[in-house]
Design a protein around this ligand. Structure first.
Ligand code: NAD
Ligand code: WQD
Length: 341
C-alpha cells in the first residue's frame, strides 16, 4: 500500500535514510525540518539516489498551524517523527532547550495530527530509556529509567504516547528504540556529519581516519567487558531505516501502541570498532586510553527478537558494511554537506 508520509526531521541523519527507503518503496514523502541540524542538500541527495521528488517544508514542529496545514494540504496519512535535539551532554547543560524542543515539539505534532485526523505515527525513541540495564541483551519489558534530560524527554514522550493510545484507541503508534545507529548510505551521498567535535564513537573515528582529528580518546578501559572498553549494539542506518517501513506496514493493521527494539543483538567493544574501521580504511586509527566518560554504561545490546517476530524485520548489514559505508561517506564529504547556496 502506497502512503503519504510526513517525515519530521527528514533532513537529518536517520530521517534522510528513511526518506530514501520510503521513496524506493513507492511512498510519497513530505519533510518538515527547521534545518537546525539538517541540510537541504541531504534532501537533494535523497532525490538523486531515488530518482524521485519529495516535498520539503522548512518549519519547526512546534509550529502547529504549519504542521497541520502540511498534513491536510498533502493528504498525509502517516507520520514518522524524528525531529529532536539528541546530544546527551548538551541536554545536561541546556535542559530547557531539550524539553522545549522535544516535548513541546511532540505535543504540537500530536495536536496537529489530531486536528488533521491523522492517527498513524512512528516515533524515534532510544535505548537510552533503559538507563544502565540490569543485564544484556535488553528486551522491551526491561525497566525504564532515563538518566539525563535527553533520555527523560524520550521517556516522557513514550509515556505520553501510551496515554494517548489508551485514551484514543483509534491511534496506531509504533515506538522504536534505536540502539547505536552507524554507517551511511552505500552510495556515499548521505550520512552523518556532526557539527563541532563528534560525541559519538563512529563519526569520531571516521574524522580521525580522514585527518580531521588527531587521535581518538577511548573513554575507559576498566569496564567489566572482554577488553575493558564499552560495548554497544551498532546498527547500520540503512537497516534501521528499513525497520521504520516494517513498523509502518504493521501500523496499517491497526495494532494500537507497539514498542520494538531496533538493534542487531550483537555488542562490539570500542577497540573492536577501531579494529573494524582500520580494516575498512586500510590505515591505523591513533587512539589513547582516557578515563571513563561520566554517565556511560559498560555494556548495552538489544534482544531484537520481538521486532523479528512482530515486524518481520531483522538487521542484515554487518559491522564491516557499517565501517565501509561510513568511510565512503567521510571520504566523499570530509566537511559534511556543502553550503546549499
Ligand atoms: P539529526 O539531528 O541528524 O536529525 C534531526 C533533524 O530534526 C535535524 O535535521 C534537525 O534540523 C531537525 N529538527 C530538530 N528539531 C526540530 C524542530 N523543532 N522542528 C523541525 N525540525 C527539527 O538526528 P538523528 O541522528 O537523525 O536522530 C533522529 C531521531 O532519532 C531523533 O529523535 C533522535 O533523538 C533519535 N535517535 C537518534 C540516535 C542517534 O544516535 N543518532 C539514537 C537513538 C535515537
Ligand atoms: C559508544 C562507546 C563510549 C566516543 C549515545 C547516546 C544514546 C544514543 C546513541 C540517542 C561508549 C565510547 C565514544 C569517543 C569513546 N543517542 N566512546 N570515545 O554513549 O552508547 O550512546 O548515542 O538516542 O542516547 O547516549 O554512544 O557513540 O557516544 O559511545 O571511547 O570519543 O564509545 O564511551 O563506550 P552511546 P557513543
Amino acid at each position: 500500500m502506497s502512503r503519504n508520509v510526513l517525515v519530521t526531521g527528514g533532513a537529518g541523519y536517520i530521517g534522510s535514510h528513511v526518506c530514501v527507503e520510503l521513496m524506493q518503496q513507492g511512498h510519497q514523502v513530505v519533510v518538515i525540518d527547521n534545518l537546525d541540524n539538517g541540510s537541504p542538500v541531504a534532501l537533494q541527495r535523497v532525490e538523486q539516489i531515488t530518482g524521485k521528488r519529495l516535498r520539503f517544508i522548512q518549519a519547526d514542529v512546534r509550529d502547529q498551524v504549519a504542521v497541520q496545514s502540511a498534513l491536510v494540504e498533502h493528504g498525509v496519512d502517516a507520520v514518522i517523527h524524528f525531529a529532536a535535539l539528541k546530544a546527551v551532554g548538551e541536554s545536561v547543560a541546556r535542559p530547557l532547550a531539550y524539553y522545549d524542543n522535544n516535548l513541546n515539539g511532540a505535543i504540537s505534532l500530536l495536536r496537529a495530527m489530531q486536528g488533521a485526523g491523522v492517527t498513524d505515527l512512528v516515533f524515534s525513541s532510544s535505548a537510552t530509556v533503559y538507563g544502565d540495564p540490569r543485564s544484556n541483551p535488553i528486551s522491551e519489558d526491561f525497566p525504564l529509567r532515563a538518566t539525563n534530560p535527553y533520555g527523560r524527554s524520550k521517556l516522557m514522550i513514550e509515556d505520553m504516547l501510551r496515554d494517548l493510545g489508551a485514551a484514543e484507541p483509534n491511534w496506531n503508534i509504533s515506538i522504536l528504540r534505536y540502539f547505536n545507529p552507524a554507517g551511511a548510505h552505500p552510495s556515499g551521498l548521505i550520512g552523518e556529519h556532526p557539527s563541532g567535535v563528534p560525541n559519538n564513537l563512529m563519526p569520531y573515528i571516521a574524522q580521525t581516519a580522514s585527518g580531521l582529528r588527531d587521535c581518538l580518546a577511548v573513554f575507559g578501559d576498566d569496564y567489566p567487558t572482554r577488553d575493558g572498553t564499552g560495548v554497544r549494539d551498532y546498527i547500520h542506518v540503512v537497516d534501521l531505516a528499513r525497520g521504520h517501513l516494517s513498523a509502518l506496514a504493521r501500523l496499517a493493521q491497526h495494532p494500537g501502541v507497539i514498542i520494538h527494539n531496533l538493534g542487531t543483538g550483537t555488542g562490539y567493544s570500542v577497540l573492536e570498532i577501531v579494529a573494524a574501521f582500520e580494516r575498512a580504511c586500510g590505515m591505523p586509527i591513533p587512539y589513547r586510553m582516557e578515563s571513563r566518560r561520566p554517565g556511560d554504561i559498560a555494556e548495552c545490546f538489544a534482544d531484537p527478537s520481538l521486532a523479528r517476530a512482530e515486524l518481520g524485520w531483522s538487521a542484515q548489514l554487518d559491522l564491516a558494511a557499517m565501517c565501509a559505508d561510513s568511510w565512503r561517506w567521510q571520504q566523499a564529504n570530509p566537511q559534511g554537506y556543502p553550503d546549499p547556496s
